[in-house]
Design a protein around this ligand. Structure first.
Ligand code: ADP
Ligand code: ASP
Ligand code: MG
Length: 471
C-alpha cells in the first residue's frame, strides 16, 4: 500500500486534476490511499475571510467565501458537467456551515484558534469530494473521507500533534476494508480531530504531514508527495533560477531544509517516516519524466556534496539582550528563554557571543514588540543597575541556511559561506551552527535575503563550484 499526496496546485485546475486521475489510476496495483490539499490559495483566502469576520466585516468575509465556492463550482462543472450534481450539493452544504461559523465570529468579534481550525478546514473538505468524483468518473472507484474520523490529535489547535495509537486503530478500521473492496480513499490533508471529535489542523502546509502520519499508521511502503516542482531542489527555484533537483536527501537534511524555509515539504513530515523507515518521495505532478527526490536514511543519501541546498525564511526579527554585566552570571540565558516561552513564541535560532556580553535570538517579526516589553519587565532590576544595557530588535531580517550532511567534518565550509557573502557585500548580522554540523544558519537583512541565497548557492552549486570540483 502507498500514500499519494497531491498539493494545492496539483488539485487547483481541471488539467491538474486530470493528471492526478492518471497518476492514481497508474498506481492502482499498489493499493493507493490519496491525500489532498485545498486548492492553491484557498486556505489563505478562507483564513482572510475569518480575519475579516473577526474585525466585524461580515459582508467582506461572505464575499470571500462566495468567491471560493464559485471557483470550486466552476471546477466541478468543467470536470464533471451534469454528473457533478452530488458534489455541488456537498459544496453548498459545507459552504453554508462555514458561513454560519463566520457569522458567529463576526457577532462575537472573537476568533479563537479552535474556531479558526474549524473554518480553515473548509478548503480540504471541498477539494477531497471533487478529486474523488473525478476519479470515479474516470473509472477508478473512490470515496472522499474526512481525516477527522481517522487522524486523532491533541488539542493544540493550529499546530496539533498526532496521537499514534488512536490514529493507528482508526486508520486500520476505516481504510483497510475500503482498500480490500478496491476503493481508493481520498482523504482531506491538513485536518484532523481531537479524541472528542473537535476539528484541529496540523499547521500550514500540513497535508504532507497528514500523508506521513497515515503512512506510519498503516505501515505503507512509500509516501509519494506530488507537487509543482521536480523534487527538493538545491534552492527555491522561484528565487534561484539555477536551482537543481536533488536525487537523494536524508531525513535529517529534509527536516532542516523545511524548517529553514523549503516550503516543498512540511517540517514534520519526515518524523513519522523516520520511525517507520518509510521512504518519502517528492515528485512533480506536471512532469512524470523526473525521478524526483527520495528522502531516506543518511547512508543512502550521501552523494559527495558538501552543501545540498540553501534555504531562507523571511519576516523575522532578531532580538538582542546585551550588557557588560551579563558575563559570568549564571542563569541569564535561562531567564531570557523562560520569558520568551511564557509568551508562547518559538525561537528559530539562538546565538551568544563568547564574551557572554550578549544573547541574540530570532523569532517571527510579529512577536518582537511583546517580547521586548516582557524582557524589559523581567530584567528591570538589571537594566536599572546597567548590568543589562539594552534589549532591542532588528527587523525585518531573514535566516539563510546552508544544509548538508557533507558539511560534517569538512573544514572551511563556514569560511566559504562568508567569503561568498562578503564578495556580494552582504552583511551578516548573526550566525549559528547546529551542533549536528548539518547546517550553518545566518541572519541577514530581509532586503538581502535572495542575494544571500544566490551567493551561497553559486559558491556550492554554481558554474564556478562545478569547475573547481572538476579540476
Ligand atoms: P504543494 O501545494 O504541492 O504542497 P507548496 O507550494 O507547499 O506545494 O511547495 C512547493 C513549492 O515550494 C515550490 O513551488 C517552490 O517554490 C517552493 N520551494 C521552496 N524551497 C524549495 C526547494 N528547496 N526545493 C523545491 N521547492 C522549494
Ligand atoms: N491547505 C493547507 C495550507 O494551505 C495545507 C496544505 O496545503 O498542505 O496550509
Ligand atoms: Mg505544501
Amino acid at each position: 500500500m502507498i500514500i499519494l499526496k497531491f498539493g494545492g496546485t496539483s488539485v487547483g485546475t481541471t488539467d491538474a486534476i486530470r493528471r492526478v486521475v492518471q497518476i492514481v489510476a497508474a498506481a492502482r496495483e499498489r493499493s493507493p490511499i490519496v491525500v489532498v490539499s485545498a486548492t492553491a490559495g484557498t486556505t489563505d483566502a478562507i483564513i482572510r475571510a475569518a480575519r475579516r469576520a473577526e474585525a466585524g466585516d461580515l459582508a467582506g468575509a461572505q464575499s470571500e467565501l462566495a468567491e471560493i465556492a464559485r471557483r470550486h463550482q466552476n471546477l466541478v462543472a468543467d470536470l464533471l458537467g451534469v454528473k457533478g450534481a452530488a458534489v455541488l450539493r456537498e459544496i453548498a452544504d459545507l459552504t453554508e456551515r462555514v458561513e454560519a461559523l463566520l457569522s458567529s465570529v463576526a457577532i462575537l468579534r472573537e476568533l479563537t484558534r479552535r474556531s479558526l481550525d474549524a473554518i480553515a478546514s473548509y478548503g480540504e473538505r471541498i477539494s477531497a469530494p471533487i478529486v474523488a468524483a473525478a476519479l470515479d468518473d474516470a473509472g477508478t472507484r473512490a470515496e472522499a473521507l474526512s481525516a477527522e474520523g481517522i487522524i486523532v490529535t491533541d488539542e493544540r489547535f493550529g499546530e496539533a500533534a498526532p496521537l499514534s495509537t488512536e490514529t493507528r486503530e482508526r486508520a486500520a478500521k476505516q481504510l483497510t476494508p475500503r482498500l480490500g473492496y478496491g476503493v481508493v480513499p481520498v482523504l482531506t490533508g491538513f485536518i484532523a480531530a481531537t479524541r472528542e471529535g473537535v476539528t484541529t489542523t496540523l499547521g500550514r502546509g500540513g497535508s504532507d504531514y497528514s500523508a506521513s502520519i497515515l503512512a506510519a499508521a498503516l505501515g505503507a511502503e512509500e509516501v509519494l508527495i506530488y507537487t509543482d516542482v521536480n523534487g527538493i531542489m538545491s534552492a527555491d527555484p522561484r528565487s534561484v533560477p539555477g536551482a537543481r533537483p536533488l536525487e537523494r536527501v536524508s531525513y535529517e537534511e529534509a527536516q532542516e531544509l523545511s524548517f529553514f524555509g523549503a516550503k516543498v515539504i512540511h517540517p514534520r513530515t519526515v518524523l513519522p517516516a523516520i520511525e517507520a523507515r518509510i521512504p518519502v518521495r517528492i515528485l512533480n505532478t506536471f512532469d512524470a519524466s523526473f525521478a524526483g527526490t527520495t528522502i531516506t536514511s543518511e547512508a543512502e543519501a550521501t552523494d559527495g556534496s558538501i552543501v545540498k541546498a540553501t534555504t531562507s525564511l523571511g519576516g523575522l526579527g532578531l532580538i538582542t539582550v546585551e550588557g557588560a554585566g551579563m558575563s559570568g552570571v549564571p542563569g541569564m540565558a535561562a531567564r531570557v528563554f523562560d520569558t520568551v516561552a511564557a509568551d508562547g513564541v518559538s525561537v528559530l535560532m539562538i546565538s551568544q557571543s563568547s564574551s557572554e556580553h550578549n544573547i541574540c535570538f530570532v523569532v517571527g517579526a510579529e512577536h518582537t514588540a511583546r517580547i521586548i516589553r516582557d524582557l524589559e519587565r523581567a530584567f528591570a532590576a538589571e537594566l536599572g543597575r546597567h548590568d543589562v544595557g539594552r534589549v532591542y530588535a532588528e527587523q525585518p531580517v531573514a535566516i539563510v541556511a546552508a544544509v548538508g550532511e557533507g558539511m560534517k567534518g569538512t573544514p572551511g565550509v563556514a569560511a566559504r559561506v562568508f567569503s561568498a557573502l562578503g564578495r556580494m557585500k552582504i552583511n551578516v548580522v548573526a550566525i549559528a551552527q547546529g551542533s549536528s554540523e548539518l547546517n550553518i544558519s545566518l541572519v541577514v537583512e530581509e532586503a538581502q535575503r535572495d542575494a544571500a541565497v544566490r551567493a551561497i548557492h553559486e559558491e556550492f552549486h554554481g558554474r564556478s563550484a562545478r569547475a573547481a570540483a572538476a579540476s
